[in-house]
Design a protein around this ligand. Structure first.
Ligand code: URA
Length: 158
């Protein structure tokens, strides 16, 4: 599955991989977690068309299992090519797999979130995955804190 959004996006979201709904519709983040992501984007004063949305793994892991290391490695060159083509100012890494893959670390998402991490020229903000927020709505507060930092960074002159 390819990414969607603006080729000029200054903000890019990277998720884990397509689920059943995404697999069916051929577009990332269109299921329940996707609807929550769309709400988060709107709350930031943006629309899905303004940003770029991609995933770490490009094919749906069967039965919604977690992506395996060899699958992540096989898809990584495509993700890095997407980042190089879009050249965003900020990447929001949604959940453990996106954050750990982009930052090449095993640090848990709960410790990575809340601050920017450099990926070359790009500022990466790890935050909780929208699927996690569906199970743990209380964590929306932390995600919103993270998104406020992202909005502030996007407002700063380049
Ligand atoms: N979850 C993801 O990580 N990516 C999608 O595209 C949909 C749900």
């Amino acid at each position: 599955m390819f990414g969607v959004g603006s080729p000029d996006a200054r903000l890019m979201f990277v998720g884990e991989g397509p689920g059943a709904d995404e697999d069916e519709q051929g577009e990332p983040f269109v299921g329940r977690a996707g609807q929550l992501l769309t709400q988060i984007i709107k709350a930031m004063g943006l629309a899905r068309e303004d940003v770029y949305i991609a995933n770490v793994v490009k094919c749906r892991p069967p039965g919604n299992r977690n992506p395996e290391q060899d699958e992540i490695e096989a898809c990584s060159p495509f993700l890095h090519a997407q980042i190089a083509a879009i050249r965003p100012t900020v990447i929001v890494a949604l959940g453990k797999f996106a954050a750990q893959t982009l930052l090449q670390t095993e640090t848990p998402i709960s410790r990575l979130r809340g601050q920017f991490h450099a990926l070359g020229e790009v500022a990466v903000m790890p935050t909780f995955h929208p699927s996690y927020l569906l199970r743990n709505p209380a964590a929306k507060r932390e995600v919103w804190e993270d998104m406020k930092l992202v909005m502030k960074r996007l407002d700063e002159p380049a």
